[in-house]
Design a protein around this ligand. Structure first.
Ligand code: MRU
Length: 387
């Protein structure tokens, strides 16, 4: 997206690769909205750490980061033996996969990279194939989000008041975002609308990241406390909910997303408000058979017991909020059942969650092409981040 940084407006991708330095370039999301910094990870281990520590976060963004990390690991291999190269790649894959467990995009992205490697090719050729495939995943992520915008645009009527949860914006992807794509498309057409951003405790991705994104694009919005949505719905102040997802089960239509999404879906149903989930195809999991089998990440209790922010002196600091002797639980995601979801906005159109499995061939599921999603223009990765 185009953003103003230190007085200059320019285009950035959330994730990019600097081939000369073999570095993954990441907008450091821990520092937004207060500071805009780009962090370069030079090894696949540093890349995995950046995912775990949420320098980069959001399903599509960590998918692209893992794909680049796998390529980075492949490029770092020194040796001639094919079996050692394969073992090295397997270790890199597992390290990146373990960084964050709930989103399926990193696994799908890395599988796409692995599938692009020709085992009969030389190691040098496979290293080049890995990087090209990672680049392709990143470009497809952008194309998918743009297509989500085109399909979701019809949902946004002038004057609407929308609710979104967490950040499924361009910072959660390589560019454009999933839940935000219809908003950016409607804004580009000059349709007026207003967005409520759930603050999204404990890490406040709504208050920090979504609000920053929308402000950068000049879209009218308010940050609301997570507990305010029910009241606003009851007063008729919310017309539509659009959220993202970290994993959608193709077999059941269940949706894993940031903790609190399920609550909002229940409230939306109670008040007859349409509830949509926007995803690229890399967020579809065609294997798991039940939402209860989705690994739900439990993060550090400090996230719940306190909060990060800026001090009056401009220093980034964590402050304790909760009672000093109390422990906390911090499940980071929840699972929303399909009956609470009006539709899934995909790059190929809006699908009812219960129809995903029937449409699996078209959506890149088991009966279709598992690793590539044909029909999208591949844009060159020329919009890389500055170094
Ligand atoms: O913990 P995060 O910030 O990586 O969580 C992921 C999310 O941002 C949300 O769950 C989002 O709505 C889906 S990711 C596109």
């Amino acid at each position: 997206m185009n953003v103003v940084v230190r007085g200059r407006r320019r285009h950035y991708r959330t994730v990019a690769f600097d081939a000369a330095r073999r570095a993954v370039l990441l907008i450091d999301q821990r520092r937004l909205p207060h500071q805009f910094q780009i962090l370069a990870t030079r090894t696949f281990r540093e890349t995995a750490t950046a995912i775990r520590e949420m320098v980069v976060r959001g399903a599509g963004a960590i998918g692209a980061t893992a794909a680049y990390g796998l390529a980075q690991g492949a490029l770092a291999f020194r040796g001639r033996q094919a079996d050692r190269f394969a073992a090295h790649l397997a270790a890199v894959y597992e390290t990146l996969k373990a960084a964050r467990p709930t989103a399926v995009d990193p696994v799908n992205a890395m599988n796409q990279v692995r599938a692009a490697l020709d085992p009969r090719a030389s190691i040098a050729e496979q290293q080049a194939q890995a990087l090209a495939a990672a680049q392709r995943f990143a470009d497809e992520d952008v194309a998918h989000c743009e297509a989500i915008g085109r399909h979701g645009l019809a949902l946004i009527r002038p004057g609407m008041r929308l609710l979104t949860h967490c950040n499924a914006g361009w910072l959660a992807f390589v560019d454009v975002g999933s839940a935000t794509a219809p908003l950016y498309a409607a804004h580009a057409e000059g349709r007026p609308f207003q967005v409520y951003c759930d603050e999204t405790r404990p890490r406040c991705q709504g208050a920090t990241l979504t609000a920053w994104e929308l402000a950068q694009q000049g879209i009218a919005h308010h940050v609301i406390a997570d507990n305010a949505a029910g009241h606003l719905m009851q007063r008729g102040a919310i017309d539509l909910v659009i959220v993202g997802s970290d994993r959608v089960l193709g077999r059941t239509g269940e949706v894993a997303n940031k903790i609190g999404t399920y609550t909002k879906a229940v409230l939306a149903r109670r008040h007859g408000i349409p509830f949509y989930v926007a995803i690229p195809l890399s967020t579809l999991d065609w294997h798991l058979r039940a939402g209860s089998a989705i690994p739900i990440e439990e993060r550090a209790e400090e996230e719940v017991l306190g909060a990060w922010g800026l001090t009056r002196g401009g220093r980034r600091a964590w402050v304790r909020v909760a009672n000093p002797t109390s422990p906390a639980r911090n499940p980071s995601f929840d699972v929303t059942p399909p009956e609470l979801i009006t539709g899934i906005i995909t790059p190929l159109g809006i699908v009812r969650p219960a129809d995903l499995w029937a449409q699996r061939a078209r959506l890149g599921g088991p009966a279709g092409s598992r690793h590539h999603y044909p029909g999208f223009t591949r844009r060159p990765a020329s919009a890389n981040l500055p170094t």
